[in-house]
Design a protein around this ligand. Structure first.
Ligand code: GTP
Ligand code: MG
Length: 182
């Protein structure tokens, strides 16, 4: 069958996590294959889209980037509604960004108000694994996996936006979990 004749599925994915963990960088790596060392805080929220073919299904991923800095969270959280998946991001070198995951998780469910919060698809990314070859790590892989396991087996990926490690895999997993829950 011609690709253009296939049914298109729109999946809305929200990326959340503390300021500076690398949300924008992961998206830019995934969609544009680009990385910048320079930090430009995200203001408000905006999305970019990427077309994907998953098991013969044409999928448009609408990926929403959000501001980690509280003073820039100007839009409120109305845009969480209708989300199909939430990607939570922390920096494995910053313990605080791991501790706040619960807040982002709970806040998301509160605002998005999905039909069945117990099975809503999340994916967790531990970013910046490239720094100091991993020797400045503050959160162990085991601890992160335990966090995921106790919240309904959230898939976990350790990533580097800088070195393009596991980024495609992570977004693909997000798209797939979103699809199954559609
Ligand atoms: P807010 O928009 O404020 O919420 O931050 P953010 O989560 O979007 O972080 P952003 O992507 O802007 O990245 C913050 C800083 O971390 C930038 O200087 C990036 O270059 C850097 N950075 C992002 N990902 C990585 C990574 O995988 N490795 C390294 N070494 N640096 C990274
Ligand atoms: Mg950003």
């Amino acid at each position: 069958m011609d690709v253009s004749m296939k049914r298109r599925t729109l999946l809305k994915v929200i990326v959340l996590g503390d300021s500076g963990v690398g949300k924008t960088s992961l998206m830019n790596r995934y969609v544009y294959n680009k990385f910048s060392e320079q930090y430009k805080p995200t203001i408000g929220a905006d999305f970019i889209t990427k077309e994907l073919l998953i098991d013969d299904k044409l999928v448009t991923l609408q990926i929403w980037d959000t501001a980690g800095q509280e003073r820039f969270q100007s839009l409120g959280s109305a845009f969480y509604r209708g989300a199909d998946c939430c990607i939570l991001v922390y920096d494995i070198n910053v313990h605080r960004s791991f501790e706040t995951l619960q807040h982002w998780h709970d806040e998301f469910l509160k605002q998005a108000d999905p039909t069945d919060p117990d099975i809503f698809p999340f994916v967790l990314l531990g970013n910046k694994i490239d720094i100091d070859g991993g020797s400045s790590r503050m959160v162990s892989d085991k601890k992160a996996r335990e966090w995921c396991a106790s919240r309904g087996n959230i898939p976990y990926f350790e990533t580097s936006a800088k070195e393009d490690h596991n980024v495609d895999e992570a977004f693909l997993a997000a798209a797939k979990t979103a699809l199954t829950n559609e």
